[in-house]
Design a protein around this ligand. Sequence first.
Ligand code: S3P
Length: 429
Amino acid sequence: MPSWITKPVSSLRGQYLPPGDKSISHRAVMLGAIASGTSQFSNFLPSDDCLRTVEAFRQMGVPIQLNGNDLRIEGVGFKGLKKPSCPLDMGNSGTGIRLLLGLLAGQLFEATLTGDASLSKRPMGRLTKPLREMGAFISGADDANFAPLQIKGASLKGIHFINEKRSAQVKSAILLAGLQAKGKTVIEESPRSRNHTEHMLTMMGAHLSVTAKQIVLKPAEKLKPLHFAIPGDISSAAFLIAAAALLPGSDLTVKEVGLNETRIGVLEILRLMGAGIEWQFKHHKGEEPAGDVRIRGAQLKSVVIEKEMIPKLIDELPVLMIACALAKGKSIVRDAAELRVKETDRIHAMVEGLNAIGGKAVATADGCVITGVSDFQGGKIKSYDDHRVVMSFAVAGLKSRVPIRIDETRSIETSYPAFFDDLTRLTGV
Ligand code: S3P
């Protein structure tokens, strides 16, 4: 895909339906595959990441039909997965590879999991270590810290695990292994990371109890299939939400977006920064709260983003950094060292990019300090093939009279293939 060259706009107006949630789409495939019976989902996200997960399960013998955004899975139960005949290539997807490792930890066949150059650099020890403790055999470079990884499942035992990284991927992997283990699995975490796996397992009849700081899971014999409409992805909508928030005069309504308490930090922060943001819960999609968000733009003011807020907006930090760079005063992001091990080192990529277009940003070990400017000056951005870096700087370009050129934008296929179409429609340029 060619580079993207931005154009300035004064405001953003209208209604917008974001694409289906990526985290839930991955879980829909995996949990649907191990259910006993047929699961059906609408508004599935057919992005590159989620299609890798679909393909992996097809290779393990699960019948899956995908028609546009409608997904139908003939669940084969815990015992019905087949040994894949070739390595499972999870592409760019951390969620895909990590959750799949958890599931395969209890399957008595051998599989190899691979990914692209970015995924092969992301740390896996955070979950291969506890999965080995549960009994799985996993090997790979640096003591199973990096893909490609070979996994041979075993009969597992439950563990007591403290989710120090506050990672939903690690938590979900342990839960998927715990479903197949002997005895109970206890996971402690505070603050809570996104809880879609817990929601879906509860609907499936798993023996799961969740309190503020702890999850206790008992093994399951059988899981019921799922049927629900996947809500819109607030992490994808966040780019247009932030764009509207930082352009005074904007009035945007985002329809049918997921409003899970563990994911709405971006709304809370933009509201703190002075944007007019109202959200309304309308209904549950499955166990997921969803509704509409109305955003009215304003001159934003600086903010500190830290501590327990971080897991609620970890994927939205790149675009929030753009908002901070245009806010009055000095903003601080801290406690976000996890950004360094995402699809790329997002602290480095964002700080470098901001400074390249006339922003003022300094990186710290676990975040950055950003001094607001009134608009950007144009320039060239290196995206490091990270979808959220690309989309963040596309938003920055709306406030730059001189165009910003973003190299290699193909990575948006991983989470939001229609991003530029939606941006063009809503900005009218
Ligand atoms: C995800 C969890 C988060 C998030 C990622 C999706 C998930 O990662 O950044 O985009 O679907 O569970 P971590 O678990 O590494 O925090």
